[in-house]
Design a protein around this ligand. Sequence first.
Ligand code: AHM
Ligand code: MG
Length: 338
Amino acid sequence: MIGKKYQTLGEFIIENQSEFQYSSGELSKLINALRLAAKAVNHEVNKAGLIDIIGAAGDTNIQGEDQQKLDVLANDTFIQTLKNREIVCGIASEEEDDFISINSNDAKHQNKYVVLIDPLDGSSNIDVNVSVGTIFSIYRRVTPIGTPVTLEDFLQPGSEQVAAGYIVYGTSTMLVYTTGHGVNGFTLNPAIGTFYLSHPNMEFPETGNIYSVNEGNYIHFPQGVKDYIKYCQLEEGDRPYTSRYIGSLVSDFHRNMIKGGIYMYPKSSKAANGKLRLLYECNPMAFLAEQANGKATDGFTRIMEIKPTELHERVPFFCGSKKMVEKAEEFMAAAAKK
Ligand code: AHM
Ligand code: MG
């Protein structure tokens, strides 16, 4: 299964630190902090059904959605862990209206990374015991080290990411990440709180037979998307494909990466840019997808080339096995010409 038997995430991080272009140990420390926060959140998610922790917190986030208590808890845990360890200069979270600057005094101005995070994605699934996830994305700041971060540090195209990953709180809890040298997955042994390398060099099969989309929105989708869905359902060659949609991006992505498939959250007549956020969801998943031999586009343009204009910007998202994404793009291009 792996080169080294029972290699832990901590060992893997140390061993691979030198692969990283600007290696100074700072990125490794940052991933270690995310690992720690992930374990704390995992602990809370796992006992969600046992204690009175689930249910709406009574607040809404900037997108006007109900926040679940665990959303708040996950958000606080990740932010607090990163703040405590003083290893980033700024954080932006899907659950926060604005970015957070962590330059409280001169000595702490030297950090060069910003983190963007969706602390608990798919949180509408919590109450029904379906897998949820955390998604993170890491950039080098573009403004000078030693000054407070600005919006510019967060509004970078996805191609500038230095690392990205997710934690899936599923039947097993896994941390999957990339620093631009492939994608590796680590499974948590909950008995001792250690992540072990279980899925080295993860790759999307070039094609697959799973399509994942909320078909309840079909009537509102653009013609190209409708045509592609019909293509997936047609009896011909290796089709019809299987429809699988959890409604939890991390889980849908994770399954498709292992089995081969496409995930789609298109724009619709009800949501001009779809639902997913470019900075917290699409860019990190696109980086992982490309590092795993897959593809991610908004239907026409590579996700990681989009220049963000605002923190909570949304984009249509098509991601997964390369050939499947390319086929979907073909249908969209053809419909756009009509
Ligand atoms: P969230 O960040 O509010 O949890 O929303 C993102 C989630 C994704 O995980 C999932 O794929 C999608 O929303 C499901 O949306 P829908 O219920 O519209 O199909
Ligand atoms: Mg989300």
